[in-house]
Design a binder for this molecule. Structure first.
Ligand code: ATP
Ligand code: MG
Length: 563
């Protein structure tokens, strides 16, 4: 892994860690964790958290654990665990032998809960979920104490054990922390720490029918693993007093929770629940649909791990919520692919061109540069013959002012080939559509060089009709028509961009792309960056457009718009 991919900036979290090290806290140790819940695929927001947690560990010679926060059996699946592991690895991070599951701590968590009961700090409550909600009060009014709040320790121990033994039905009882029903912070009003749920768990099977709540499991898991800095997103700020309360009351190792702003991206959604909805309702083809902001979608779209890490570094880490323009993400992949992607010629909407003065059976192999940004990438041969395809857009029979590409009487350059001059068109008699463009070529311009200083105003890409391979090309644009669909609630379909996918089935690409391996990335000259899709078959490649060549980011002033 190249060092520069992990260049790091400074931010308030790194500042805190540096101060902690200076003060000798945790004996100078830095230990973070990335704690995904295995209830969906990772998205670009998670990438921010992954880059932060693993990045900080790397920079401070510390460690970072991968811990699955698998405390909710009804929404979690092993499939998600595997996809998350492979996505983290693909992004370039390794957890070594530190792969953990909150479910590994179920026994220990249970014992800590018993300790709280013994200390008079937790009780079994028979209120229903709805009743608990009603008793909780509001932001402006205090809550009311549960009638079960003052059960004896013995009764609580007995009931909790019987909850575990499966004597009670789902939702009939909970274990709650005994804190303060009039606390200003609602999270402190006797929060539920265990619920009854007779649901098999993807790792513990039927062993448990009571499951710990996130707030209880998370801080203790952090503590068990010796995490020094527990980095999480801002919505957990109001949970921090509870995080601290459990650890203080149990008197166990106390990591420091630090909150940062979550990543929001324009024109997409970043909640797993909403992404799942898009998949389940069939608005996209799956979690790895190239329009999805998931890591697997971005990978299929053609993003590189380096471009995503670079993006995460540029957006930085702050405490202020913002929406990052998706154009910045596109800028990052463009920058990467400009350096690394080989150039090839592909015609998306073919128009036939016949070079009328070119010998019928002649084929020339012309030299084409693989990457002008990388002299080491060398050249390749592309076949040229009498019948070619160019882009339909590159020809106009009656060009308006400022259209400098091919039109009757006009001379243009075919990249790496010859200057050609349009001499006429052939039309479909019935529809009037142009079916062929006739041209002559100047043999003295071989390689695309002018013999006499003669200038042309356009250089077109092309493929030889005889040699080109038919390809399917999928053009993507924003999944949502609204810049901030995060704000629109649950009716996602009303805001989807109906044109987010355009499939072109009769593109013609140069023969070198015939068996392009899935995942290989190219710049189609003048058209954009593309990546071969796993749907490709030998001789019948399928490409996803990663991004266009036009960089809209450069024009966006300031870049990151404050919400
Ligand atoms: P979602 O809202 O998509 O369901 P989540 O927070 O429930 O996300 P988790 O699997 O719990 O998803 O997230 C794992 C870690 O990634 C958490 O520490 C969480 O704070 C962080 N994370 C999730 N979404 C973002 C985001 N948009 N930006 C930064 N970090 C994020
Ligand atoms: Mg979460």
């Amino acid at each position: 892994m190249s060092g520069d991919a992990f260049r790091h900036t400074s931010d308030f979290i790194r500042h805190i860690i540096r101060e902690d090290i200076k003060a000798g806290r945790n004996s100078g140790r830095v230990h973070t964790r990335f704690p995904p819940e295995p209830n969906g695929y990772l998205h670009i927001g998670h990438a921010k958290s992954i880059c932060l947690n693993f990045g900080v560990a790397r920079e401070f010679n510390g460690l970072c654990n991968l811990r699955f926060d698998d405390t909710n059996p009804s929404r979690e699946e092993a499939e998600y665990v595997e996809s998350i592991k492979s996505d983290v690895r693909w992004l370039g991070f390794e957890w070594g032998d530190r792969l953990f599951f909150a479910s590994d701590y179920f026994e220990q968590l249970y014992r800590y809960a018993v300790e709280l009961i013994r200390a008079g700090l937790a009780y079994v409550c028979d209120l229903s979920a709805e009743e608990i909600r009603r008793y909780r009060g509001t932001l402006t009014s205090p809550g009311r104490e549960s009638p079960y709040r003052n059960r004896t320790v013995e009764e609580n121990l007995d009931l909790f054990e019987r909850m575990r033994a499966g004597e009670f039905g789902d939702g009939s009882r909970t274990l709650r922390a005994k804190i303060d029903m009039s606390a200003g912070n609602i999270n402190m009003r006797d929060p539920v720490i265990y619920r009854i749920q007779h649901t098999a768990h993807h790792r513990t099977g039927d062993k448990w029918c009571i499951y710990p709540m996130y707030d209880f499991a998370h801080c203790i898991s952090d503590s068990i693993e010796g995490i020094t800095h527990s980095l999480c997103t801002l919505e957990f700020e109001d949970h921090r007093p509870l995080y601290d309360w459990f650890l203080d009351k149990l008197g166990i190792f106390h990591p420091q929770q630090i909150e940062f702003a979550r990543l929001n991206l324009s024109h997409t959604v970043m909640s797993k629940r909403k992404l799942l909805k898009l998949v389940e309702e069939g608005h996209v083809r799956g979690w790895d649909d190239p329009r999805m902001p998931t890591i697997s979608g971005l990978r299929r779209r053609g993003f590189t791990p380096a471009s995503i890490r670079n993006f995460c570094e540029r957006i930085g880490v702050a405490r202020r919520d913002s929406v990052v323009d998706i154009a910045l993400l596109e800028h990052c992949i463009r920058e990467d692919l400009n350096r690394t992607a080989p150039r090839v010629m592909a015609v998306l909407r073919p128009l036939k061109v016949v070079i009328v003065n070119y010998p019928e059976d002649q084929v020339e192999e012309l030299d084409a540069v693989n990457n002008p940004e990388d002299p080491g990438a060398g050249t390749r041969k592309v076949p040229f013959s009498r019948v070619l395809y160019i882009e339909r857009d590159d020809f106009m029979e009656e060009p308006p002012a400022k259209f400098y590409r091919l039109s009757p009487g006009r001379e243009v350059r075919l990249r790496y080939a010859y200057f050609i001059t349009c001499t006429g068109v052939v039309k479909d008699e019935r529809t009037g559509d142009i079916t062929e463009v006739h041209c002559t070529y100047d043999p003295r311009t071989r390689g695309g060089d002018s013999p006499d200083g003669r200038k042309v105003r356009a250089t077109l890409h092309w493929v030889s009709a005889l040699h080109a391979v038919t390809a399917e090309v999928r053009l993507y644009s924003h999944l949502f028509a609204t810049a901030d669909p995060g704000e629109i609630g649950d009716d996602l379909s009303a805001h989807l961009n109906p044109d987010s996918l355009e499939t072109l089935r009769s593109c013609r690409v140069e023969p070198s792309l015939s068996d392009a391996p899935p995942g290989s990335r190219y710049q189609f000259e003048r058209v954009g960056y593309f990546c071969a899709d796993p749907d490709s078959a030998p001789g019948r490649p399928v490409f996803n457009r990663t991004v266009t060549l036009r960089d809209t980011w450069a024009k966006i002033k300031g870049g990151i718009a404050a919400r």
